[in-house]
Structures are given as C-alpha cells and as structure tokens.
Design a protein around this ligand. Structure first.
Ligand code: PMP
Length: 435
C-alpha cells in the first residue's frame, strides 16, 4: 500500500492508562542487563541456583505419563482454580496456622487460585476501588502494588512502621480522623505485608495482629473495611517464631484476605498464587478474573498440587530457608564490616524474606538519577531507591535517603563484594555532606 503523508494524531488513552507510570522494575532490569559485572542487590528474585528443576522435571513426567492427569493438566480449568489444589491449600493453611480451617470460617471454596498473588491483589483493587477511594498502607510499602493502586486512581494514605511492623494504632487514629472529616466511607482497604515485608524485611508483631482486626471491626459500623494481608514471604523464615496470620484471628472469614504464593517458597516460574477470602470477595475476584484470563495455567496448578502432595514443596522450602539464612547472614555481616559507623546510618535485621532496608542521613539522596545512584552504578552495584517504596505523604513529600537491598538473586559469593562497593559509595557521599 502506498504511504499516505498525513499527520498521525496521538492516541486517545483511557484515564487509567494515563495514570499508569513506567514500573521501576523495567529500568532496574535494563541497568542490570547493560552491565553484566554489576552486582544486583536490587532484584527481588529468588536465587537461580535454588530453583527446583529436578523436582519439577520428575513431577511433569509423572503427570504426562498418566493419561487422565495429562489431559486434565493440558486442558483449560475453572476460573476459581483446580478443586484438588484448593483442598490441598486449605490443609496447607491449616498447617501454617496450627488450627482447623473451621475456626477461621474457611473452606476450599474460599480459596481462589490466581496467576501469581500479584493478580489477586490487582483483581481485589479492581473489584473494590473507584477513583478517590482510600487504601491505608504502611510507609514504605511494596511498590508494585502501590503503583497498581495509583493506576486505579486510589488514594493511598500511609502510617509509619517500627520494629514491630505497621503502626496499627496509627491506623486507628487515621480512621478516627477520616470519620471526623466524613471520609470514612471512602476507606475500602488496609494493605499489610505481615511477614518479612517488602521492602523493609519487618514483621507485624504477634500483639498487633489481632489488634489490627479489632481496629478494623470498630471502624466498620457502616461498611466493611477489608484487610489485605499479603503473606508472600511467610514461608521464607530463617529464625524467630512462626506467627499466625491476621486472618487466623477472623473466625467468621469476614474482614481479612490472606494472599500467598508459590513464587517465593517454590518457583516464580509457575506464577501461581492463592488467596483465602470472604465468600463474596472470592466471587468478586473470580468475576474480575473471568475477564482477565478465566483461570490460571492448569499445568502449573497440577505441578503445584503434586509438589504439595509428594513432599517436593516442603523439601524446597527447607532448602530455601537454609540457603537464604546463610545469604542474609552474609549480607548483614558484610554491612557490619564495611559500612562506616554513623548514627544516621541504620539497617534492618530481618528474620526472613529477601530484603534489608537501609537508612542513610537525610542529606543523601538515593533516588534514580541522583549523584549517589549514578555513583553506585559506576561502582558496579545496584539497589532499589527507597523513594519508589514510599507513597507520597499528604503534602506530596517522599523521603529519598533509603535503599532496599536484596540478598535474593545475587550469588552468595557476590554479596560481600556488592556491599564493599556500596560502602565505598556511602563513604564518598558522607564526605560531601556539609557539617
Ligand atoms: N507481594 C509482595 C510483597 C511481593 O514482593 C510480590 C513479588 N515480588 C508479590 C506480592 C507478587 O508475587 P507473585 O505474583 O509472583 O506471587
């Protein structure tokens, strides 16, 4: 066809597309690919060397050798997810909580299987939030979800964190304040990553778990405010007590959703998550999911089911725990050894998960494109700028002197050299702060 020389007008995007911004992940991945010598303390991925290739190989062979299972696994499944898998997952949740599902008002029909737990978080947002609705989250929070919330037009109001995780009394005060200004009706959701949070590695204390539920119940006189408990890192626990979920304190299965995943404790490539939720919330998620993909990959669900049944899953969790415990200790040891001592420099000591959160003096800006960030890239070390993890406060302010460090993907032997490089950058920039 002959080329017509006409003005090519701009595309008229939806309001939602206009709200979406480039995911920080994309540029971090580009930076990592551009320099293979870069030590990547940014990637929140699990270690390539720990992926369960042998177990999955054996499981897939077993499925394909059995005509009935092979047919079922290669066919479409249901939107809610494979019934046997959901039954197995109910048992798995019971084992983690140490109590029967009936005490939490849960059955297998209250579990939705999704394409990663990320899909569940997003579908809940779609089902629940109109532009201007309010979500309360910890500051900092998991930036992929807060980005999705911003894309949905939600207002994210934050509360601070301390060593006991999200400050739930601050949630209480915030809800009271919103009741006073007539905005409580807009509050739909409290988002809490209750175990080894991304990005801080901090865990919500035992006492704060039932307390958060109590607070939400108290403020739910007119409509039900939901708690989204994101437990993606729950099973990557290296020491400290195995805490029951917030959900386990909700006997009627009414106020809380518990979102878990196979990505961290088994293999991200399955991209399989599951969420235990109140019945009407499961329905709402499934209705949205019907338009997204009308069911997660059935083959992956069969693999996950078999891994849970034949012990491969639990063996993998054990392997990961000892591997990442060592990596965590190596990273923390290297930080102690190399990072200059300064009262304004601190970092977390997580009992699980993949992240350490570091605070530098306020005067050091770690944001993308800052001299500190560019210096780190030049030195050959990558981190996630803390600014990505802070939803702006009510004045639009975002703290910029934090870093998220991960001991997930970088090989064990590269962790100390990575910290050594980072420490050199910190030392140089400390030297530039005016006294
Ligand atoms: N929640 C948190 C806190 C995460 O860090 C992640 C992944 N990085 C997810 C949810 C989603 O993971 P997935 O979709 O692979 O289950």
């Amino acid at each position: 066809m002959e080329r017509v020389h006409q003005h090519i007008p701009a595309i008229s995007w939806s309001a939602k597309a206009r709200r979406a911004v480039e995911a920080p992940i994309s540029f971090l991945v580009t930076a990592a690919i551009a320099n293979p010598d870069l030590i990547n303390l940014a990637a929140g991925l699990v270690d390539d060397t720990t992926l369960p290739a042998d177990a999955v190989d054996r499981i897939v062979h077993g499925i394909m050798a059995d005509p009935a299972r092979a047919t079922a696994a290669l066919q479409y499944g249901t939107t809610l997810g494979l019934a046997n898998l959901r039954r197995q997952l109910l048992g798995h949740i019971e084992a983690l909580e140490g109590k029967p599902a009936s005490t939490m008002g849960l059955s297998a029909d209250h579990i939705a299987v999704t394409t990663g737990s990320q899909q569940s978080l997003y579908l809940l947002g779609e089902a629940l939030l109109d532009p201007g609705d309010i979500v309360i989250a910890a500051n900092p929070s998991y930036f992929v979800f807060t980005g999705a919330l911003a894309g949905l037009g939600a207002r994210i109001l934050t509360v601070t964190m301390d060593d006991d995780g999200m400050d739930v009394e601050a949630v209480d005060r915030l809800l009271s304040r919103l009741a006073g200004t007539g905005e409580l009706a807009r509050v739909k959701l409290i988002y809490c990553t209750s175990y080894f949070q991304n990005p801080t590695g901090l865990t919500l204390s035992a006492a704060r778990r039932p307390r958060l539920l109590e607070i939400v119940r108290k403020h739910s006189a007119h409509h039900r405010i939901l708690i989204l408990e994101d437990a993606a890192y729950r099973e990557l626990r290296y020491d400290g007590p195995a805490l029951p979920s917030i959900k386990s304190f909700d006997p009627d299965n009414a106020f809380t959703l518990l979102a878990q995943t196979f990505s961290k404790p088994f293999a991200p490539g399955l991209k399989l998550g599951y969420t235990a939720a109140p019945p009407e919330v499961v329905d709402a998620i499934v209705h949205q999911k019907g338009s997204h993909d009308f069911g997660s990959a059935n083959l992956c669900q069969f693999i996950a089911l078999t891994a849970l049944q034949d012990g491969a899953y639990h063996a993998q969790v054990k392997r990961l725990q000892s591997h990442y415990r060592l990596k965590r200790d190596t990273l923390l040891g290297a930080l102690d050894k190399h990072v200059p001592t300064d009262p304004a420099i601190r970092w977390t000591h997580p009992h699980g998960g993949l992240y350490v959160w570091m605070e530098l003096p306020d005067a050091i800006d770690t944001a993308r494109g800052s001299p500190f960030f560019d210096d780190a890239i030049a030195e050959g070390v990558l981190y996630v700028p803390g600014a990505y993890c802070h939803p702006p406060d009510e004045n639009g302010h975002v703290p910029a002197s934090h870093l998220r460090l991960s001991f997930g993907q970088a090989p064990l032997a590269r962790l100390e050299p990575g910290v050594h490089r980072l420490a050199a950058v910190i030392r140089r920039h400390l030297g530039t702060i005016a006294p």
